[in-house]
Design a protein around this ligand. Structure first.
Ligand code: COA
Ligand code: AMP
Length: 626
């Protein structure tokens, strides 16, 4: 089947296209149709269908006689551990933890927040929630207390699952004090916290804290069976950064998600039962949710959970070692990871010292894939390097080179073409479609395909306002770009105040909120400036209060520490400059984009709405020192 035929089919007759795809999933009750748009724009996929996502990811494979197949490989150079779990074993452990959640009173629809490092317990906890119809919300371990507290207050979890620590190459990060601090900051309190005690740090327990290992060993807790949930019932909430400081809880359903991810494994990633995929991301990000956990297991494949870095654990050959050891067919990571490897091993010598004959494709996503990184990886690895573009909101690739369906020639700088189900259109300011080669806002004509967000948790209005109100009938991705005459999409970057640091999504507002909490700060702005390794890094510009008389260096250091303590080390500003004013429009809006353009050396016109061009002129030297 050709890409063009499949694409046309998916848009012309979504019911038939997705109805066929849904046959790859085990339903308890088969859906009566594919799409229910009776309550548009709150479309629902697979009305009438009931299923269990955990059953499809685990028990189903055991029932099909594939219980001995390896489901999960845990490889942790930071602890010196390697462990494999068959489908049968992972099912047992998941059923047991699901029983433990039940025993704590967690029921269908209740939320469970998971704040864990890259350990198997994270996967087990996610699947255990799915098993009993609870809604998980995984928070990336690199986020600190304030961010964690905001998510606790929004999701209102009945139980939080965490660990004594995470392990970074140079230090042990104690999670429990971060969690305790978050619970001091949050209004909402869970009934219980379950803590995985790791040998590298011992957590101090409170009365309501329970030990993971003891729960799993308890003879009193029966394992839980899979419950039946509606296709549209929420599977998880994943918070992501919008343009303001307040995170948005992206809500994913069960049915659409299972169908879309299963389809993507075959058609985009070309991974089937028994084949091995290694996704070098973190379960706290959408790439980790979809391609470390759900899609590989839904497909009956083997997934590698790697607790380490692309470099330094122990060297830039770490990923190639994993490919060789586990006969990885598909490697999926971020361009930043490849740039880090390239920086440490520019000639790719460590590539040559491993047997990479199993590797068919390197998939890259999470940020723009610059042509230099694409060229380096293609030349050194000698396999297809397939960029794919998507977001937390969509849950799976919007644009990709469909390696399993119809591999197409690759053009550096482009994730190739829109994926079936996504009616991608580039729109001009007035809502008209741009001509080939002309830049505009990348939008998706509604309805979004299965697997994409259903709403923002607890805030339908924010869903409509953030994504659906700019152009009637379209979802606004927030990225700008163009389509070339061959139909290839080129994504140029965010058009809003979202930052992308090492493939991690952060918002200006999130970091600004931490800076503004310092008593000496009158106002501040955070911009994402270009960085050769991380794509972008945050830079902060701060105006001190007129009463401030202290040292500017000291203030910068305090502000850096504040961001690390409140948002997390991943948001550390590369510089904090104390300045006399920030450029604004006459209506008082800070001109972040203009400052970013100056910092990046982009020769763009100064907006005519600027209140005082002199403020920007005085900042030029700070933004882009000569
Ligand atoms: N928990 C706690 N802290 C974390 C963390 C986590 N899960 N992840 C990162 N951090 C900390 C780091 O230890 C570092 O702290 P430091 O400033 O005290 O040294 C800080 O956050 C910044 O980390 P990072 O942005 O990762 O930079 P780095 O210089 O430590 O490492 C790379 C550089 C390239 C190796 C790293 O950014 C990387 O692995 N990037 C790939 C990311 C990725 O795969 N993203 C996928 C999203 S699809
Ligand atoms: P996240 O929601 O964290 O996955 O981040 C989504 C954002 O990352 C997108 O809106 C893009 O700005 C950026 N992004 C992700 N993948 C790509 C890609 N392949 N090319 C360019 N930008 C990307």
């Amino acid at each position: 089947m050709s890409y063009a035929q499949e694409y046309q089919h998916s848009l012309a007759d979504p019911d038939s296209f997705w109805g066929t795809a849904a046959r790859a999933i085990s339903w308890i009750h088969k859906p009566s149709a594919a799409l229910d748009s009776s309550n548009a724009p709150f479309n629902r996929w697979f009305p009438g269908g009931t299923l269990n996502t955990c059953f499809n990811a685990l028990d189903r494979h055991v029932a099909l006689g594939r219980g001995d197949l390896t489901a999960l490989i845990y490889d942790s150079p930071v602890t010196g551990t390697k462990r494999e779990y068959t489908y049968e074993r992972l099912t047992e452990l998941t059923a047991k933890f699901a029983g433990a959640l039940r025993a704590m009173g967690v029921d269908r629809g209740d939320r469970v927040l998971i704040y864990l490092p890259m350990i198997p317990e994270a996967v087990i906890a996610m699947l255990a929630c799915a098993r009993i119809g609870a809604v998980h919300s995984v928070v990336f371990g690199g986020f600190a207390s304030t961010e964690l507290a905001a998510r606790i207050d929004d999701a209102k979890p009945k139980v939080i699952v965490s660990a004594s620590c995470g392990i970074e190459p140079t230090r042990v990060i104690e999670y429990k004090p971060l969690l305790d601090r978050a619970l001091e900051l949050s209004q909402h309190q869970p009934d219980n916290c379950v803590i995985v005690q790791r040998p590298q740090a011992t957590a101090t327990f409170k009365d309501t804290d329970l030990d993971w290992t003891k729960l799993m060993k308890s003879q009193l807790i029966p394992p839980a069976e899979c419950v039946s949930v509606e296709a549209a019932d929420p599977l998880y909430i994943l918070y992501t950064s919008g343009t303001t400081g307040r995170p948005k809880g992206i809500v994913r359903d069960n049915g659409g998600h299972a169908v879309a991810l299963r389809w993507s494994m075959t058609n985009i990633f070309d991974v089937g039962p028994g084949e091995v995929i290694f996704t070098g991301s973190d379960v706290g990000w959408v790439v980790g949710h979809s391609y470390i956990v759900y899609a590989p297991l839904l497909a009956g494949a083997t997934t590698v959970l790697y607790e380490g870095k692309p470099v330094g654990t122990p060297d830039a050959g770490a990923f190639w070692r994993l490919v060789e050891d586990y006969r990885v067919k598909a490697l999926f990571t971020s361009p930043t990871a490849i740039r880090a490897i390239k920086r440490d091993d520019p000639d790719g010598e460590l590539i040559g010292s491993h047997d990479l004959s199993s590797l068919k494709t390197l998939f890259l996503a999470g940020e723009r894939l610059d042509p230099a990184t694409y060229d380096w990886a293609t030349e050194r690895l000698g396999v297809a390097v397939a960029d794919n573009w998507w977001q937390t909101e969509t849950g799976w690739p919007i644009a990709a080179n469909l390696r399993g369906l119809d591999p197409m020639p690759i053009k550096a700088g482009s994730p190739t073409v829109p994926v079936p189900g996504f009616d991608v259109q580039v729109l001009a300011e007035d809502g008209s479609r741009t001509a080939a080669g002309e830049e505009g806002a990348i939008c998706i004509k509604l309805p979004l395909p299965p697997g994409a967000l259903q709403t923002v948790w607890g805030d339908d209005q924010r869903f409509v306002e953030s994504y659906l109100s700019r152009f009637e009938g379209y979802y606004l991705t927030g990225d700008g770009g163009y389509v070339d005459p061959d139909g290839y999409l080129f994504v140029l970057g965010r058009t809003d105040d979202v930052l992308n640091v090492a493939g991690h999504r952060l918002s200006s507002g999130q970091i600004e909120a931490a800076l503004a909490s310092h008593p000496a700060v009158a106002e501040c702005a955070v911009i994402g400036v270009e960085d050769p390794l991380k794509g972008q890094v945050p830079r902060a510009l701060v105006v001190a209060k007129s009463t401030f008389t202290g040292s500017v260096e000291q203030l910068s250091a305090e502000l850096t520490a504040l961001v690390r303590a409140e948002v997390g080390a991943i948001a550390t500003p590369s510089r904090v400059d104390v300045v006399t004013g920030l450029p604004k429009t006459r209506s008082g809006k800070i001109l972040r984009k203009t400052m970013r353009q100056v910092a990046d050396g982009v020769d763009a016109p100064v907006p005519s709405t600027i209140e005082d061009a002199g403020v920007l002129d005085r900042l030029r030297e700070v933004l882009r020192p000569t």
